[in-house]
Design a protein. Structure first.
Length: 143
């Protein structure tokens, strides 16, 4: 009996899945660059599906909800800086671990953004955030 994980078709399938994960990661990082580094809202929304679903409770659903939230963010924090520390892809999901400083003097926020993609476009978004504290019970840091 042959090993089902060793056929050329199986290996090709694994490589194709890895290619999709990397493509999804590149899409999310390009979106992040447009939206949160260059504040280019028009470009940022091109990375969404037409029926984009938003789970962030501070934003209305859909592309227009995202557009309004990002514009409000840009207006309130024009000097915000975003540093993506890690990016992970698993199937149609991409997870970013991010340090956001709303103002230069702030310690910032530790944010985890979760994206689900469909056919190379962002279809859904969740996020969790936590302020970076002045002191911690350990010396490991948040990033």
């Amino acid at each position: 009996m042959r090993d089902p994980g060793s056929s050329v078709a199986d290996i090709t399938q694994l490589l194709a899945a890895a290619d999709v994960r990397e493509a999804n990661k590149r899409t999310v990082l390009a979106f992040y660059d447009a939206a949160l580094k260059r504040f280019n809202i028009d470009e940022a929304v091109t990375y969404f599906t037409s029926d984009f679903i938003q789970h962030n409770p501070r934003a209305a659903d859909g592309i227009e909800g995202f557009r309004a939230m990002l514009q409000e963010f840009v207006d309130e924090f024009p000097g915000a800086r975003v540093d993506v520390k890690r990016a992970f892809a698993d199937g149609d999901f991409v997870v970013l671990h991010v340090h956001v400083k709303l103002r230069p003097e702030d310690l910032g926020l530790a944010i985890v953004d979760i994206f689900r993609l469909e056919n190379g476009k962002i279809a859904e978004h969740w996020d969790v955030r936590q302020p970076v504290p002045e002191a911690a019970a350990n010396a490991n840091g948040m990033f």
